[in-house]
Design a protein around this ligand. Structure first.
Ligand SMILES: NC(=O)c1ccc[n+]([C@@H]2O[C@H](COP(=O)([O-])OP(=O)(O)OC[C@H]3O[C@@H](n4cnc5c(N)ncnc54)[C@H](OP(=O)(O)O)[C@@H]3O)[C@@H](O)[C@H]2O)c1
Length: 324
C-alpha cells in the first residue's frame, strides 16, 4: 500500500483538472438527431458526400443533394433509392453562383443538417500552378462554402423544429497542416477553420452547432484524379499513410455531426493532429479537453520530428535532382 501511495497521489494530481474542465468546456455537449430531419449535402453526388447521403438516408433522414452534373445527381438519387428506398431531392447548381445556390436551397426547404462537402483539389507547386487554378480552388472550396451557408442560414434559423441543428464543413488534413504541393488547397481548407470557429459563436444562440471534419486521403473519384497529377514530393511526404474508404469517412463524419463535435477526426493520425492543433477551438467533451491539456507538450515534440523528417526528405530530393 505504501509503495502504491506515490502512484495514487500522482494519479489524483493528474485528475485534478477534470472537475475544472467539466465546468469550463464550451459549448455544452449536444446531440443532433438525424431521423426524420432534412439533411442537405453539397457535393453529394460523388465520393464522401454520396457515402454520407447513403448513411443519412438509411438512418431515416430526408436527404437533398446539390452538385453541378445532373447526370451524376440522378445516378446518386437512383443508387440511394435502391439501397434505402428513400426518395432524395436533387439540385443542379454550382456553389460559385450565389443566386443559383440560394434558389436551390429555398426550393429544398428549411435545413436541419447542412453538410458543406463540395471540394476540388489540384495539387501542384505554386510556381507551376496558374492563378486561375488557385482561384478555382479558393472559389469552390472556400467562397462556395460561404455562399451555401449564407443562403441556408436564414431558413435554418427560422426552422419550426427547434431541435439542435448542424452545419458541418468537410475540410481535410491538409487544412490542419500545410503540405508541399497544396498551397492553394491548404489555404482554402485552413480558411474553413476560421469560418467555422467564428460561425459557431454567431449561431450558438440559435441552437445551431458547427462541425469541422478532417478526412485523410480517401478513395473517391476526386482522389483518383488527384493522384494522377500529384507532384513527386507530395507523394513522398503525404503518400506514406494508407487511404480510407469513403464509407468509413462518412461514418466518422456522421457520428461526429450527431455528437455535435466541433473537430471531427477520421483516423488515428487525425486524432493526433486534432490534439496537436487544438489551439483555441471549441471543445464540448471534458475528456477530450483533458487529453488535449495532458498531451499538448509531447505532441508538439512529435510534430517537430515530423517537420524534421519532411525537411530532410525535401533536402534529399533537391540534392538528388541536382546530381541527375
Ligand atoms: N478524397 C480525399 O482524399 C479527400 C481528403 C480530404 C478531404 N476531402 C474533401 O472531401 C470533400 C469531398 O471530396 P471527394 O473526394 O468525395 O470528391 P469528389 O469525389 O470529387 O466529389 C466532389 C463532389 O463535389 C461536387 N462539386 C465539385 N465542384 C462543385 C461546384 N463548383 N459546385 C457544386 N458541387 C461541386 C462534385 O459534383 P460535380 O462535379 O457534378 O459538381 C461532387 O459531387 C471535398 O471537400 C474534399 O476537399 C477529400
Amino acid at each position: 500500500m505504501v509503495i502504491l501511495l506515490p502512484f495514487i497521489l500522482l494519479l489524483l494530481l493528474l485528475l485534478l483538472p477534470l472537475p475544472l474542465l467539466y465546468f469550463i468546456v464550451r459549448p455544452r455537449p449536444v446531440r443532433i438527431p438525424i431521423k426524420n430531419r432534412h439533411v442537405f449535402i453539397t457535393g453529394g453526388s460523388s465520393g464522401i458526400g454520396l457515402a454520407l447521403a447513403h448513411r443519412a438516408a438509411s438512418q431515416g433522414a430526408r436527404v437533398s443533394l446539390l452538385a453541378r452534373s445532373l447526370k451524376k445527381l440522378e445516378e446518386a438519387k437512383e443508387s440511394i433509392r435502391l439501397s434505402s428506398g428513400s426518395d432524395v431531392s436533387i439540385f443542379s447548381a454550382d456553389v460559385r453562383d450565389y443566386d443559383v445556390v440560394e434558389k436551390a436551397i429555398s426550393d429544398a426547404g428549411p435545413i436541419d443538417v447542412l453538410v458543406v462537402n463540395q471540394g476540388v483539389f489540384v495539387p501542384r507547386e505554386l510556381e507551376k500552378q496558374g492563378l486561375d487554378e488557385v482561384k478555382f480552388m479558393l472559389d469552390v472550396n472556400l467562397m462556395g462554402s460561404f455562399n451555401v451557408i449564407k443562403a441556408a442560414l436564414p431558413l435554418m434559423k427560422q426552422r419550426t423544429d427547434r431541435s439542435p441543428a448542424s452545419i458541418a464543413l468537410i475540410s481535410s488534413q491538409a487544412g490542419q497542416v500545410g503540405i508541399y504541393g497544396y498551397t492553394a488547397y491548404s489555404a482554402s481548407k485552413f480558411g474553413l477553420r476560421g469560418l467555422a470557429e467564428a460561425l459557431q459563436q454567431e449561431v450558438i444562440a440559435d441552437n445551431i452547432h458547427v462541425s469541422l471534419v478532417f478526412p485523410p486521403d480517401t478513395d473517391t473519384p476526386g482522389f483518383e484524379r488527384e493522384t494522377e497529377v500529384r507532384p513527386e514530393l507530395t507523394n513522398i511526404l503525404a503518400g506514406s499513410s494508407s487511404s480510407m474508404k469513403a464509407d468509413s469517412v462518412a461514418k466518422k463524419a456522421l457520428d461526429g455531426i450527431q455528437s455535435g463535435s466541433f473537430i471531427v477526426p477520421c483516423n488515428f493520425d487525425g486524432h493526433m493532429l486534432a490534439i496537436a492543433t487544438a489551439g483555441l477551438s471549441p471543445q464540448r467533451s471534458f475528456w477530450m479537453a483533458f487529453i488535449e491539456v495532458s498531451f499538448a507538450g509531447v505532441l508538439r515534440l512529435v510534430a517537430l520530428f515530423f517537420q524534421w523528417n519532411w525537411y530532410r526528405c525535401i533536402e534529399h530530393w533537391h540534392a538528388k535532382k541536382k546530381d541527375t
